[in-house]
Write a protein that binds this ligand. Structure first.
Ligand code: MTE
Length: 451
């Protein structure tokens, strides 16, 4: 038995908490503190596990009179908790470190900020609703659904105002899709900036959304198909989030959603109504949706003419670049984690494409010199997370882990220098380069950029 255990490597989870708000003074300081904290937290948790100096001794103890086996615990001899002790179930107390977290210093106030999904600790392709990333421009609200209204107007024969009851009576669909903020991985354009996958890639989540296809509402209002070219979506929060969406997309797979992962949307994610715009950057997924206007030209609102534009190397800005191109990342082992032994590891990660399905994912453990094809776990859905896994035996020497996705259009995820050659380094949005995690000889995994 112990022989079998010894063969497989073990891993210290990524440290969960990196920084206090007051610690953050500048991006450079933030980075130094991040790195220092991740090292010391890893050391502390190893010490707590009795693994700091002698991980192999810990292995040997297993099976040799392990008190966890020999002494019957209370849960094997006593009466457990009654049903409905938690009327709404919560994760185990032992999992409370797994949380969405704000990156201190990224924005001035938390009402206009981001809380990142801990991708290093989630499995499969669905993000638990409580860990779904949050991005608000002016804070979130828990809006009374009985008072919420959705207006559809503009180039339609019969402008209408819908109550939530009206909307929930209409034919519905349920679809699994990722939502990725266009600014995901934005801090890494110029250089390595953050230590873990939560902060480098955690402005993305994948959920099952339920609602009414926008095409149903537009038909219900008698859209003028001869003149109409675009729709405008507007939110009910103070940010007046407004985004133009081309009509062909609006009539294709866009959903006016009230459900997420089998229940009503969470308030942070737009309760009671949000737009789901598959494959398109998160900003177009307007939350607390209150108005759809149909028109014949783009509105050039503040959230699309000034913000959410891409600064190119020649000093010009690209506008209306909504699609999230194919991207992938290894979520374990990943930055901040520590490999405790040589031996077998399951490299696991996520891949997605705003243009359709993931076709294949290749993984390199030597910084991109050699690649092996990873196993794609089903289901493989359009514009959704695809989970990939691949076996790896770590021989204890330094390694650089990378994943590279190809989507069904044939598009291949670029290296960071390929992306910079076209986009420069001063952009914010749509950074989809290959991510590299360096495994040092002592097992520590860190964020690096490899060209
Ligand atoms: N809608 C409104 N009304 N207000 C907002 O601040 N933020 C947008 C979008 N929709 C926003 C909004 C941005 S920038 C993103 S990335 C997504 O919502 C984030 O959705 P989430 O908070 O559910 O993850």
């Amino acid at each position: 038995m112990s022989q079998e255990v010894k063969k497989s490597g073990r891993l210290v989870r990524a440290p969960e908490n990196f920084l206090a708000k007051d610690d953050v003074k500048s991006p450079a300081l933030m980075r130094r503190k991040f790195l220092a904290a991740s090292v010391s937290t890893a050391a502390t948790s190893m010490a707590a596990l009795g693994l700091a100096t002698s991980s192999r001794t810990a292995h040997a103890a297993v099976g040799a009179g392990d008190p966890n086996i020999l002494n019957l615990p209370a849960h094997s001899t006593g009466l457990g908790m009654p049903v409905a002790a938690n009327a709404y179930g919560m994760p185990s107390q032992y999992e409370k470190g797994l949380q969405r977290r704000e990156s201190p210093g990224l924005t001035r106030v938390s009402a206009a900020s981001v809380a990142f999904t801990p991708l290093q600790g989630t499995f499969g392709i669905i993000t638990p609703s409580g860990l779904h990333f949050e991005r608000h421009h002016q804070g979130w609200w828990d809006i009374d659904p009985s008072k919420h209204r959705l207006m559809v107007m503009g180039m339609v024969k019969n402008p209408k105002v819908y109550t939530m009851d009206d909307i929930m009576r209409l034919p519905s669909v349920s679809r699994i899709h990722f939502i990725e903020c266009g600014a995901n991985t934005a801090m890494e354009w110029g250089n390595v900036a953050v230590p873990t996958v939560q902060y480098s890639h955690g402005m993305i989540s994948c959920s099952e959304f339920t609602g009414v296809p926008l095409s149903v509402l537009l038909d219900d209002c008698g859209i003028d198909r001869k003149q109409a070219r675009f729709v405008l979506a507007e939110g009910a929060d103070g940010s007046s989030m407004t985004r133009t969406i081309p009509l062909d997309r609006a009539l294709d797979d866009v959903i006016v959603a009230y459900g997420m992962n089998g229940e009503m949307l969470r308030p942070e994610n737009g309760y009671p109504l949000r737009l789901v715009v598959p494959g398109i950057q998160g900003v177009s997924w307007v939350k607390w949706l209150r108005r759809i206007e149909v028109g014949d030209q783009k509105w050039a609102t503040k959230d699309e003419a000034i913000h959410y534009v891409d600064l190119m190397p020649d000093g010009m800005h690209r506008q209306y670049t909504g699609i999230q191109e194919a991207k992938s990342v290894i979520t374990t082992p990943s930055g901040g984690q520590t490999l405790l032994d040589k031996g077998f590891y399951n490299i696991s990660g996520l891949a997605w494409s705003g243009r359709g399905k993931v076709k294949r994912v290749d993984v390199s453990v030597d910084g991109g010199r050699n690649w092996r094809q990873a196993r794609l776990e089903g289901p493989i859905l359009t514009k959704a997370f695809t989970r990939f896994n691949i076996d790896w035996v770590w021989d204890g020497s330094p390694a650089v882990l990378q994943s590279r996705v190809q989507d069904e259009t044939g598009y291949v995820q670029p290296k960071i220098n390929q992306l910079r050659a076209v986009r420069g380094t001063r952009s914010i949005y749509h950074q989809n380069a290959i991510q590299s995690w360096k495994v040092a000889e002592n097992g520590e995994v860190s964020n690096v950029q490899v060209y």
